[in-house]
Design a protein around this ligand. Sequence first.
Ligand code: SIN
Ligand code: CO
Length: 351
Amino acid sequence: MTPEELAGLACEELIESRLVTQPESRKWQLRHGPFEESDFTQLPESNWTLLVQAVDQWVEDVADIKTLFNFLPSWRIDDIMISFAAQGGSVGPHYDYYDVFLLQGMGERNWKVGNRCDSDVELLPGEELSLLRNFEATAQFNLTAGDALYVPPRFAHWGTATSESLCYSIGFRAPSMAEMIEGFSDFIIKDQDPSERYEDNVAQTGLRSAEIRPEFLDNSFRQLTKQLAEKQKFAAWFGCNVSQPKYPELIQPLDDEISPEAFASLVNEGIQLAKNPSSRFAFMESTAKDCVLLFVDGAMVSFPIKLLSNIAAFCETSEMVPGTAGDLLADPDIAELLRQLLNQGSLLASA
Ligand code: SIN
Ligand code: CO
């Protein structure tokens, strides 16, 4: 990427971008995009940073960087954010809740890394940026083009551009417990039997009539934890959750659905399919049910276990030509899946 290309993306309505300026030392200001060309021409020579989120969803070469991280589960990656910093630019000392790999593009950046932070660490006023009031570096690295620095969750860090520089942040997903509890509860709520209610398991007798005695609590607690301890349901929810797209609005169904017959003729004509860059794919072997669960964009489809290697290959490939010789996707069930994914916008027909 060039800084100009990045600035161009930051002017787009659908792309999330931020500009961090430093009106004085140890003071940072945040503005949200989309920006206009004139916003950039008014900037000073130094001490500012432009950050653009999820560039991997817009620029194929940037999406390809994710293949460098194939040694980690792909569903853990959230997005690739790119920042351009003018000389001296930084977003201030802070910590993130997730793992991040900072991959240096053009120019140089100095990274100071501090200790692991607790949630009660003191912050500078200014809610949105959440900058640390006290930052003490325990290590320092000068990154030049091609260098990468891994920062584990919650470790304080502070990157300052020593020359005009681009940094690619490969950010990972880290759902909070609050999100997990809420998400899984929502998922199991729809299967609940409304007739299943609180019931007394012991006779309600006693001297203190307002008292909630432990034996009354126990039954209810057992009922509730039994629902939460359903591992298979949790597995289904987990797969759906980690495959939730970051920007669902970028996955749009086709205006005119393609019928099975029309899809079969497209396959005969040699249709090429590519994954929507905003779509997410993952799979899980379910030994309990002897099947393979495929997760696409927050939904689950189950296949017989004999299709495990086909599904695994499908999750890894970015482009496919169904119906070609030796095609791993030749199974009729998978062909039908491809048709449905094309209709819902998770797959795109390429020319
Ligand atoms: C930056 O690119 O300057 C900020 C990235 C980060 O600290 O997470
Ligand atoms: Co950070």
